[in-house]
Ligand binder design. Sequence first.
Ligand code: ZN
Ligand code: ZN
Length: 255
Amino acid sequence: MKIIFLGTASSISTKERDNTSLLICEPKNRELILIDCPGSLVSKLKRLNLNYTKLNKIVITHHHPDHIYGLVSLIHSQYKLNKKLTIFSSNFSIRIIKKLLGLFNLTSKNYPRTSFIDVFSRKYFFKNLDLKISAFKNKHCPGSFGINIIYKNKNIIYSSDTALTKNVEKLIDKNTYLIHDCTASSRFFKKYPLLYNLHTEAKQLKELAFRTKPKLLIPIHFLLLRKGEFKNIKEDLKEVKNVFFPEDFSSLYIR
Ligand SMILES: [Zn+2]
Ligand SMILES: [Zn+2]
């Protein structure tokens, strides 16, 4: 299976990077699962030669605009084209998503019939023969969570937006592909220390990688406001051996 990085920027997109979202493509069971929904999903899926009307499973890790604003447009685009949609989220975010869909009247007939699953209501909120996905609480905002994907004994963790937390750390082992919040460099956080309450900086992530030794570290959710900021992030992480910096539309293959 593969994970496609549809976006890799934080709340402020750049010329090259849209806000963070991920697409899980598992061909054997024909599974397509979207993790967070900013930007134009229709355009992105078309670029990947994927049918946007078949996208019917969406995980929303929290309700911040950069993770949710594309949802109304996606559902609007599926008018009469998709019958059923499942949204996996926390109860806190589900309440907000329902309000959002109501505001645009996207719950009326001809739009996909949307059902909501509380990710904390069961051990695996999604499960098929090869893929199991569970949620864990992270440290970001009310109702926010990260996800743990188990695929054929491989362990993939997506922290979503989060400050450093033991909840993520205790799940990591040497077989883990760790996709982690790396909003900015250590230098940037020191200038704006409030960021420490919500996000992770590159040197914290380096230390986390040293402590837990994941198979591959994949930093994501970059806030690139200053010239040279991406270079500073890479510099902070240069001692980590197994690191992959995704660009928009990069793929991570899990075999
Ligand atoms: Zn974000
Ligand atoms: Zn956020």
